[in-house]
Write a protein that binds this ligand. Sequence first.
Ligand SMILES: Nc1nc2c(ncn2[C@@H]2O[C@H](COP(=O)(O)OP(=O)(O)O)[C@@H](O)[C@H]2O)c(=O)[nH]1
Ligand SMILES: Nc1ncnc2c1ncn2[C@@H]1O[C@H](COP(=O)(O)OP(=O)(O)O)[C@@H](O)[C@H]1O
Length: 302
Amino acid sequence: MTGQGQRHPDMPAVDRAAASRAAVEARRARAAVKQAVRAGERSALSVAETAWRDAESVEAGMRVRDLLATLKGLGPTRTLAALESLGIAEVKRLGGLGHRQRQALRSWLRSREAVAGHGRLVVLAGPTAVGKGTVSAFIRENFPEVLLSVSATTRTPRPGEIDGVHYYFLDDERFDAMVAADEFLEWAVVHNQSRYGTPRPPVAAALAEGRSVLLEIDLDGARQVRRAMPEAVLVFLLPPTWEELVRRLVGRGTESAEEQARRLRTATVELAAQDEFDVLVVNDDVERAAREVVDLLAVPRA
Ligand SMILES: Nc1nc2c(ncn2[C@@H]2O[C@H](COP(=O)(O)OP(=O)(O)O)[C@@H](O)[C@H]2O)c(=O)[nH]1
Ligand SMILES: Nc1ncnc2c1ncn2[C@@H]1O[C@H](COP(=O)(O)OP(=O)(O)O)[C@@H](O)[C@H]1O
């Protein structure tokens, strides 16, 4: 047995120092890879594939155990159980796996990623009363794996609205503080009245975990998200006809006639911006429209 990493007793001290520096460097590089996996910037599978393509890579020097430990929901006990089921010893490094073990780990990681899905950010926008809230509510009820971001707003709660569920209702001072602390992914003044914003931390955390996130925000906010996160998918919800849009706004009965007229003027401007969006979804039927949006979120069907 040659015993990897064992030093020859005659090895000069200077080389030992260099070797230990290199070891520290390698540890640091491996920690950076683990961090990237945890943050959702790299998939565990891509780390493994890199290790198997290049035996000299940082990835090849990673222990399989450490790679698995970066995965969500895999504590130490489950990691050990997974290693056992794959027939991989706890001390094994990615680069040291045999052909069968590679195959086993590859398909295990693949099926895990398929189940976990890749967290996607989808923005749902559209003119007033097109049914954004209705479609979002359908998704909240039927697809709990999607995080529906809860916005902060300075508008006053309507009867039945719960702080922290429908919105975080903030006063101007608190909203200002969040803006100053850069805690919003985007924010905008909506309907010329109140400010609305998407708190950044829950969105970032969900995406890092591989969960998909849906934002229901206005046009201005959608444009900001496009700039901040170009990988986001922008969806514009369309009414079947203009007449139907008017019918829904009036039928909802939550705005005065004057406010309705103002919103319809804004709606004309918003409809003209539909070409800026990646996907157009017609909300003729709530369930169908919601499913179209969910498909974009790449959520595996139950
Ligand atoms: N930019 C931005 N717009 C938001 C946010 N949350 C809600 N909105 C938009 O604010 C508008 C008003 O929402 P709301 O006060 O619930 O009244 P609604 O007109 O009945 O939907 C809607 O167009 C929402 O899409 C947010 O976090 N950011
Ligand atoms: N597909 C649909 N068919 C018929 N009515 C709808 C549909 N979607 C929404 N509505 C109705 O239209 C009105 C406006 O919907 P809402 O979700 O409040 O719009 P938004 O959030 O876009 O302002 C509500 O009364 C809602 O019940």
